[in-house]
Design a protein around this ligand. Structure first.
Ligand SMILES: Nc1ncnc2c1ncn2[C@@H]1O[C@H](COP(=O)(O)OP(=O)(O)OP(=O)(O)O)[C@@H](O)[C@H]1O
Length: 261
C-alpha cells in the first residue's frame, strides 16, 4: 500500500510553544481518516502540514511521496483538495457556483477571461449534480446558505481529481438537516473506491460519516490514539482525548457520545 501522507516525529513550534510535539502518523491511499480532538489540540495545524501550506519545525512530513522542504509546494498543492473556512473566505462573493467549481481546474479563485475546455465544463456540471448543487449553478457564492457553501467548496476541491482530500470541519455550523445531508454525501464519497484518500477534522463523533475507516485522536499537540475506528474509537480513548468520561454508542455505523453523569 502506498502512503499518501507520512509524519515522522513531527514538531511544530510557534512562540516557544510546541503546538505539535513528536507526532508520527501515516495515511494510506485507500484510507479515510477522521482527526478528533478538543479546541486547540493542533488539528488545523496538522491540516496545514498535510496540505503543504506550512513546514514542520522538526521531523519530516511526506505528502504524496514528496518531502516538505525538498519539493516545489506549488506543484504539490495542485494534487491536494483542501476545504476549510479559510479557503471559503478567499472566494469572491459574486462568483457563481458553476464558476467556483470550474475555476478550480485552472487554480484560480475568480473567473476572469479564461476559456474553459468542454471537458472541464462537463466535469463541473457532473460534480455540481453529484453534490446536489445543480439548481444553484448560477447562484452567487455570497448568497448561499452555510450548507450550500460547504457543498460548493467540496465540489470545487474534487474538480481537479485530487490524490488527497482534506476537510477541516466540513459540517460545523450546519443545521441538523443540512449536516445529515452533507454526511450522507461524504459517506457515499468515502465509500467509492475511485475517491482519493480523505482526512476530515471534527470535534464530534456524531459527525463521522460511515465509510470513514480510521481515527487519529489528539490532545495538546500529541497523539492519544490512532488506528481503525472500530478498534480505536472507544470511551476510554475519548476520555483520554477530551478529559471527561463518556458513554459512547454506535448505531448503523453512526456514533454518539454523551458525558457520563
Ligand atoms: N502560527 C501560530 N502561532 C502561534 N500559535 C499558533 C499558531 N498556529 C496555531 N497556534 C496555536 O496552536 C494551538 C493549536 O491550534 P490549531 O488551530 O491547530 O488547533 P485546533 O485543534 O484546530 O483547534 P480548534 O478545534 O479550536 O479549531 C492553538 O492554541 C493556537 O492558538
Amino acid at each position: 500500500m502506498v502512503s499518501v501522507l507520512s509524519l515522522n516525529d513531527v514538531s511544530y513550534v510557534r512562540d516557544h510553544r510546541a503546538i505539535l510535539n513528536g507526532v508520527s502518523w501515516s495515511v494510506e491511499e485507500d484510507q479515510r481518516w477522521v482527526i478528533l480532538g478538543p479546541n486547540g489540540a493542533g488539528k488545523s495545524t496538522m491540516m496545514k502540514l498535510a496540505s503543504a501550506m506550512d513546514y514542520p519545525s522538526s521531523g519530516t512530513v511526506q505528502v504524496l511521496g514528496e518531502q516538505l522542504g525538498k519539493v516545489d509546494v506549488f506543484d504539490l498543492r495542485t494534487r491536494i483538495g483542501f476545504v476549510s473556512s479559510a479557503t471559503a473566505r478567499r472566494i469572491p462573493p459574486t462568483e457563481t457556483v458553476r464558476d467556483l467549481v470550474l475555476t478550480a481546474a485552472y487554480s484560480v479563485e475568480g473567473r476572469w477571461n479564461e476559456q474553459y475546455d468542454a471537458i472541464d465544463v462537463r466535469q463541473a456540471e457532473r460534480i455540481l449534480a453529484e453534490w446536489d448543487l445543480g439548481s444553484f449553478a448560477d447562484a452567487k457564492f455570497g448568497t448561499l446558505s452555510d450548507g450550500e457553501r460547504k457543498r460548493a467548496m467540496i465540489a470545487r476541491s474534487v474538480m481537479t481529481d485530487p490524490e488527497l482530500l482534506l476537510l477541516d470541519e466540513p459540517s460545523s455550523s450546519l443545521d441538523l438537516g443540512a449536516r445529515e445531508r452533507l454526511l450522507r454525501m461524504l459517506s457515499g464519497f468515502a465509500q467509492s473506491p475511485s475517491s482519493p484518500a480523505m482526512i476530515m477534522v471534527t470535534h464530534h463523533v456524531e459527525e463521522i460519516p460511515p465509510g470513514f475507516t480510521h481515527v487519529l485522536m489528539i490532545r495538546d499537540g500529541g497523539v492519544v490514539a490512532s488506528g481503525t475506528i472500530a478498534d480505536t474509537l472507544t470511551a476510554e480513548n475519548l476520555e483520554a482525548t477530551f478529559g471527561l468520561p463518556f458513554e459512547l454508542t454506535e448505531t448503523n455505523g453512526r456514533y454518539a457520545a454523551v458525558a457520563r453523569p
